[in-house]
Design a protein around this ligand. Structure first.
Ligand code: ADP
Length: 257
């Protein structure tokens, strides 16, 4: 399990994430919520050792991340980043990149690597575009390829930074179902989302960030009861029970005044 203890991190002299203690338990989907600039992406980067901790520490199964090399970290945690370069590469080859941490020198894929990549593509529905250039695929198709790459990395923890951005609603729901499935298999999933109702529906736990600090950590129900979403986002957030279950609706604060 990945655990952050009193972690502070940032860029140059600027501290962005401030004194955050948080873990990402196996079998659970932890959603990071918070306004733009509240430090969610920075928290993910620090959790992966992509930026160093200023204060505090990141532990992987009790081992401080600074004692691990890049390959060890990459075998334990994978990131679906928010900004990805336009890949002029065939989908299948990109998915195989997920196997990089497992390759020894000279870098050559084994039959096992190819099988794992193939299965990952089957699982995310990317097999149909295996031979196509990723840059020519639609948003949803691209996402299925990047997800397959993430899966091919075979890590215990998966981090996803705004994975639903640019996806239509069907693909968003598919993606959330897929992340739930990964957690159901015993992995830890941590994802940044902007869609509050979607987060409330799918998260096991929500970590709410405000100005770099952890403002709340708990179940969606507990978060709702706390009223913190309304104060941190400056919105009105309403829960109602419909025939299909509990629903949440966001609206501007002004409307209710
Ligand atoms: P969020 O993901 O919650 O929108 P970020 O973690 O991306 O927030 O950003 C938090 C703060 O860190 C912002 O003020 C942003 O400008 C700053 N920041 C993000 N990335 C960098 C960077 N590479 N260099 C300097 N500052 C950065």
């Amino acid at each position: 399990m990945i655990e952050l203890k009193n972690l502070s991190a940032g860029y140059g002299g600027k501290t962005v994430v401030k004194d955050v203690s948080l873990c990402f338990p196996a079998g659970q989907v932890t959603v990071l919520l918070g306004p733009n600039g509240s430090g969610k992406s920075t928290l993910l980067k620090a959790s992966l050792g992509l930026i160093p901790a200023g204060k505090g520490q990141v532990f992987y199964d009790g081992i401080p991340i600074e004692r691990m090399n890049r390959r060890q970290v990459a075998k334990a945690a994978a990131l679906l980043a928010q900004n990805r370069p336009e890949a002029e590469i065939e989908a299948e080859r990109l998915v195989l990149h997920g196997r990089f941490p497992y390759l020894s020198y000279p870098r050559q894929y084994t039959e096992t690597d190819r099988q794992i990549a193939k299965q990952a593509m089957e699982r995310t529905g990317a097999s149909a575009y295996a031979g196509q250039l990723v840059s020519r695929l639609s948003g949803g198709q691209k996402q299925s390829v990047y997800l397959a790459m993430l899966l091919a990395q075979q890590t215990q923890t998966v981090f996803l930074d705004e994975p639903t951005a640019f996806l239509d609603i069907r693909h968003q729901l598919e993606l959330m179902g897929w992340v739930k499935q990964l957690a159901g298999e015993g992995r830890a999933a941590a994802m940044v989302l902007h869609d509050l109702p979607l987060a409330m529906e799918y998260a096991d736990r929500i970590a709410l960030m405000e100005a770099g600090r952890l403002a709340f950590l708990g179940t969606p129900e507990a978060l709702y009861e706390s009223g913190k979403l309304e104060s941190v986002f400056g919105i009105r957030f309403t829960r109602f029970v419909g025939e299909a279950g509990v629903h949440y609706v966001c609206s501007p604060k002004e409307e209710t005044q």
